[in-house]
Design a protein around this ligand. Structure first.
Ligand SMILES: [Zn+2]
Length: 371
């Protein structure tokens, strides 16, 4: 079951320091033959090197293996409706470079994205080491076929983004939904270090959920799994972007919070989302309560998923990190009182490059796992 991830996991485990093959097998719960086979290939690729043998008791000296972080890079792009954030990632998950370029999703998007990638590949310092490119796109993505089924934020539907980019670029290209791209980063570098099953809750303009079961990311048919924002809360509730009423997103997405604040008369006019934390910090009456209520709605819905899947860990990511201090007072108690067994809640620091790092990890797994 874990075989296809094994090679990537060997690589990311060595990212924390040299280990010999016996230690790797123990750490990852893999057979000795599997470790030998995968490390042989990683050494051939130049991603891993052998250090001087070290005496090991009475047995044969053991050969520690060391990751070569700069042997290869992957490029991750997060496609936003006004800009693209790019991250060039080393084999140990650290960033070699980060950039932001303007982007217009309506004007030849494939041409613009291909140009961004081509420019990075042509970079004399690092371009030749880029082994794969990942794109994180908001919306419903058919990851297997590389098609953007629907992305309301970008105004795209049925766009075969991966095949079109693959025609123009000399390295493998992958696309996935932005939450799931970040979930692959959690699997390799975050919650997955301690848990085989966990959830990733992404809060921001939309509300998504990444689901990892048995170290695999659950995508569902055509990539529609994880639409957590459309969990029904109240059919009499506010209208939702999906056309129904009272979805979780219509209470807890950042734009919805701003709209509710105005409806409740907490602000004299509609305010941009960025104003909300400022109003809460200034103790404008009702604003903290509004956000704590939204946090509680999120927490109750999340507790339901935790109970159904029996996961023990939940990582919170996303652009709403600035609102999180005000969502959390509702969220945490709602989760804790709603779950049947304990769950560890991990809140990740977040910035605009978060999903780009996820996209680069997506490309890393695919590049390393490729036979
Ligand atoms: Zn909805």
């Amino acid at each position: 079951m874990r075989e296809d991830l094994a090679r990537t996991e060997i690589l990311t485990t060595l990212g924390s320091g040299p280990l010999n093959r016996t230690q790797l097998a123990l750490r990852l719960g893999l057979g000795a033959a599997t470790v030998t086979e995968h490390t042989r290939r990683l050494i051939e690729l130049g991603y891993v090197r052998e250090l001087a043998p070290q005496a090991a008791g009475r047995g044969r000296p053991k050969v520690p293996l060391e990751l070569v972080p700069d042997a290869a890079y992957t490029l991750g792009l997060r496609v936003h409706h006004t800009h693209v954030v790019g991250v060039l990632m080393r084999l140990n998950g650290s960033e070699a470079r980060r950039f932001t370029v303007p982007f217009d999703p309506r004007a030849d998007p494939v041409g613009q994205l291909a140009a961004v990638c081509a420019r990075e590949l042509a970079d004399p310092a690092a371009g030749g080491r880029v082994r794969g490119i990942g794109l994180a796109v908001p919306g419903v993505i058919d990851q297997a076929r590389g098609i953007v089924r629907i992305s309301p934020h970008l105004g795209w539907s049925d766009l075969p983004l991966r095949p079109l980019l693959a025609e123009r670029l000399p390295v493998p290209v992958l696309i996935d939904n932005d939450t799931r791209a970040s979930t692959s980063a959690e699997l390799l570098f975050g919650a997955g270090c301690d848990h085989d099953d966990f959830l990733v809750l992404a809060v921001g303009g939309g509300i998504g959920m990444g689901i990892v079961l048995g170290r695999r990311i659950h995508r569902g048919p055509d990539g529609v799994a994880g639409e957590f924002g459309h969990v029904p809360i109240d059919p009499q509730g506010p209208p939702c972007v999906c056309g129904r009423h009272g979805c979780l997103e219509s209470y807890a997405a950042d734009y919805a919070l701003a709209a509710r604040a105005y409806e409740r008369g907490l602000t004299p006019a509609p305010v941009p989302v960025a104003e909300l934390p400022r109003l809460a910090a200034a103790d404008v009456p009702g604003v903290r309560d509004l956000m704590a209520e939204a946090g509680a709605a999120l927490g109750r819905a999340a507790a339901g998923v935790v109970n159904v899947l029996a996961v023990r860990a939940l990582a919170v990511i996303g652009e709403s990190h600035v609102l999180w201090p005000y969502l959390e007072p509702g969220f945490r108690p709602a989760v804790e009182s709603g779950v049947l067994s304990g769950v560890e809640i991990m809140v990740r620091p977040w910035d605009d490059s978060g999903h780009a790092r996820g996209a680069a990890t997506l490309a890393l797994s695919a590049t390393v796992a490729a036979r």
